[in-house]
Ligand binder design. Structure first.
Ligand SMILES: Cc1cc2nc3c(=O)[nH]c(=O)nc-3n(C[C@H](O)[C@H](O)[C@H](O)COP(=O)(O)OP(=O)(O)OC[C@H]3O[C@@H](n4cnc5c(N)ncnc54)[C@H](O)[C@@H]3O)c2cc1C
Length: 367
């Protein structure tokens, strides 16, 4: 969020400094699987695969913004390739969501109803699914296809955003922000180790650590870390062409054969661990979807922290005091939503009109 917002703000003519305690993309943004899946994510409920009625408005806001942001990614990928020679691996590979148990079939039907009219969606039986994805296992009973969904390589995206930002005049500084300076009802800058930095506007984009930044008035429940683990392998030929989702996880295949299997959703604070239980669950799902992965070599694994929020919607926009803005809390979809968030942040700061969905993201709802 920091790098994408900085790029768009600098291109709008503002002088921008990014303060990062580590390196750009050090945390969740480089750990993500890179799924640009507004339609597949629209069903995301409380772990049961069914949309939760109380979350309908949030789901529809996220679906609308996500669909728009996925298209902005296509433009951003072209911009980074043509102007900077960086290929972020944007690819409209499509998503297949598979049911492997009888009781998962009704969730597929609900999901397809939810996105119909917004996205292309097709229901197919297990045999047709295996015809389209020959590595898919015998357990697959039924599937929905979402052919417009896409993927990219998050670490390359982060490198691209940082390079493009620097070329647009953004200054990157290694510094930990210890608090926002607010005087007379407006943000004046931030405090770092032993230094006060002044600015007309402050955008806090501290991911899962956002609630910990003093001066925002957020409680720890408002933005909290949700750990996700990932296990990777490599196959030749690539195991799938599409991203394949099952209940509680996914297999993401890159065109060069890299495979990312994920993920878990755990409220364990900032424990940066990969656990036996997490890996066991990921392996069980991945080898049910693609039994041939049982022979694939484990390459790497990692975990990181999705910035979850109290109502599952991001916090983008004014934080209270004039000149103080938030771009955080994007939970499972921060890579997908980065381009639209950057545009919302830029438009809010330069005083452009915002789309009506932006109201639902207003951070002052937690004030
Ligand atoms: C396993 C996993 C898989 C995921 N897969 C996907 C996916 O496929 N598609 C998708 O769209 N999203 C995915 N996500 C979610 C996505 O990664 C996040 O929503 C997104 O990266 C959040 O971006 P951010 O900029 O808010 O946070 P981060 O990327 O965590 O960045 C926050 C930055 O702030 C810095 N920081 C924090 N506090 C301070 C401070 N006080 N001073 C200075 N710097 C500070 C940190 O060092 C960090 O670099 C996934 C997440 C995980 C964990």
């Amino acid at each position: 969020m920091g790098c994408a917002s900085a790029l768009r703000l600098a291109q709008a003519g503002l002088r921008v400094t990014v303060l990062e305690r580590s390196v750009p993309g050090a945390e969740a943004s480089s750990a993500a699987a890179g799924i640009l899946g507004p339609a597949v994510e629209a069903h995301h409920g409380h772990g049961d695969g069914h949309p939760h009625p109380g979350r309908r408005p949030a789901q529809s806001t996220l679906l609308t913004l996500g669909l728009r942001s996925r298209e902005l990614h296509a433009t951003l990928a072209t911009e980074l390739r043509e102007e900077h020679g960086i290929d972020v691996g944007f690819r409209r590979c499509g998503v297949m969501r598979v049911a492997v148990r009888e009781e998962e079939r009704s969730a597929l039907a609900t999901h397809s109803e939810l996105v119909r009219g917004h996205a292309l969606v097709e229901t197919i039986d297990g045999d047709e699914a295996r015809r389209r994805e020959p590595s898919l296992g015998p357990a697959a009973l039924e599937a929905i296809e979402l052919p417009e969904e896409a993927q990219l390589d998050p670490p390359t995206l982060l490198t691209g955003l940082a390079i493009a930002s620097e070329r647009a005049g953004v200054v990157f500084r290694t510094a930990t922000v210890h608090g926002v300076i607010v005087e007379g009802g407006r943000a004046r800058g931030v405090r770092t180790e032993g230094e006060a930095l002044h600015a007309d506007h402050v955008v806090v984009a501290a991911g899962s650590w956002t609630s910990l930044v003093p001066g925002l008035g957020l409680e720890s429940a408002h933005v909290h870390p949700v750990r996700g683990q990932i296990l990777t392998t490599r196959t030749r030929p690539p195991v799938f062409r599409r991203i394949v989702f099952g209940a509680g996880g996914y297999v993401v295949t890159r065109p060069d054969g890299r495979v990312l299997c994920g993920s878990t959703e755990e409220r364990v604070g900032f424990r940066r661990e990969v656990t036996f239980e997490g890996i066991a669950r990921i392996v069980a799902l991945a080898t049910t979807l693609a039994p041939s992965l049982a022979d694939a070599p484990v390459q790497t694994h990692w975990s990181s922290f999705r910035p979850g929020t109290a109502d599952d919607l991001p916090l983008v926009g004014p934080a209270g005091p004039e000149g103080l803005w938030l771009a955080s809390g994007h939970y499972r979809n921060g890579i997908l939503l980065a381009p639209i968030t950057a545009e919302l942040v830029r438009d809010a700061i330069v005083g452009e009109a915002l789309p009506e969905e932006a109201a639902a993201l207003d951070p002052r709802r937690f004030a």
